[in-house]
Design a protein around this ligand. Structure first.
Ligand code: ZN
Length: 222
């Protein structure tokens, strides 16, 4: 990592870049037309740069894949990863505050926090709940999701990373939405599909819009 540059790539942006570089590499297998290769590279390069605003010249240069040799993809991605940052570390107290209504809240293993995460997710298997914590514009928000049993042979698609898998990988969950209305019938919940393995989900997620939309909905924010 260069001294004068700091981490400027968010985890999901890194996942996006990696996904496109691997896609590009796959597309090139067996393609001998140098023009097609160059044009496609240029296109992917634009796509990657377009997800960022206010890049410095050095940052732009680092992200420039136009000269990337397919043989050096892994090395390049490892170098790029040094400029990636995940969500800030959080404390047990912060988590407890987020889930005040949860009785006997099982806390996550916070030692794994230094891994770069889009969100922090963990499961309390004894009560079949999956917890999610996310840093939205500097403010921590969370949701508790009940894992549903649905006995289906159908595959589900994770709402966050679009991974498709069977019920041991992607589960149907539901979360109770907070509401300003405390009257009778104010209860509202939403259902969606979510990866059970948050670590893997964090490696796949390339956009945060869906995650933020669900969290806003559950937390009654707008
Ligand atoms: Zn997922």
């Amino acid at each position: 990592m260069l001294d004068f540059m700091k981490a400027f790539i968010k985890k999901h942006e890194y996942n996006y870049i990696r996904k496109h570089i691997y896609d590009l590499n796959n597309a090139f297998r067996g393609c001998v037309d140098i023009n097609i290769i160059e044009v496609t590279k240029e296109y992917i390069n634009e796509k990657i740069l377009n997800i960022f605003t206010d890049l410095s010249e050095e940052e732009k240069e680092l992200l420039d894949i136009s000269k990337l040799d397919p043989l050096h993809i892994d090395k390049y991605l490892a170098e790029l990863n040094e400029y990636v940052y995940g969500m800030p570390n959080i404390t047990k107290e912060q988590i407890s505050r987020l889930f005040k209504k949860e009785k006997k809240l099982k806390l996550p293993n916070l030692n794994v926090q230094d891994s770069k995460n889009v969100y922090l997710g963990w499961i309390d298997e004894s009560i079949r709940k999956l917890y999610v914590v996310y840093n939205m514009n500097g403010k921590l928000i969370g949701m508790a999701c009940r894992i549903r049993n649905y006995n289906s042979n159908h595959s589900q698609m994770c709402a966050l990373c679009n991974h498709v898998g069977g019920e041991n990988e992607v589960a149907v969950v539901s979360s109770i939405c907070k509401t300003a209305n405390t009257g009778e019938g104010a209860f509202r919940s939403i259902g969606f599909d979510l990866c059970l393995d948050s670590e893997k989900c964090n490696e796949r997620i390339v956009a945060i819009e869906k995650l933020e939309k669900i969290l806003k909905n559950v937390n009654n924010l707008e």
